[in-house]
Design a protein around this ligand. Structure first.
Ligand SMILES: [Zn+2]
Length: 66
């Protein structure tokens, strides 16, 4: 479901304003890093899965940048 390095856009924004997160460690609790400010957060997987608005495909964004 979740893989290391995967980038997610969540419905809930971090206080810094960013809604994009990188998965650092999937598991029962998922470790996420905020791509806006770099803070690391631990959230229950069920909660993360419910919060996902969009999965940001890393390979796709790399392709667009050339
Ligand atoms: Zn943040």
């Amino acid at each position: 479901m979740l893989t290391v390095g995967e980038k997610l856009r969540l419905r809930k924004a971090h206080p810094c304003g960013s809604t994009d997160w990188e998965v650092l460690k999937p598991g029962v609790d998922v470790r996420l890093r905020c791509l806006g400010c770099g803070r690391i957060l631990l959230l229950p997987r069920e909660k993360v899965l419910k919060q996902i608005k969009k999965r940001l495909d890393a390979a796709e964004s790399r392709g667009k940048q050339g």
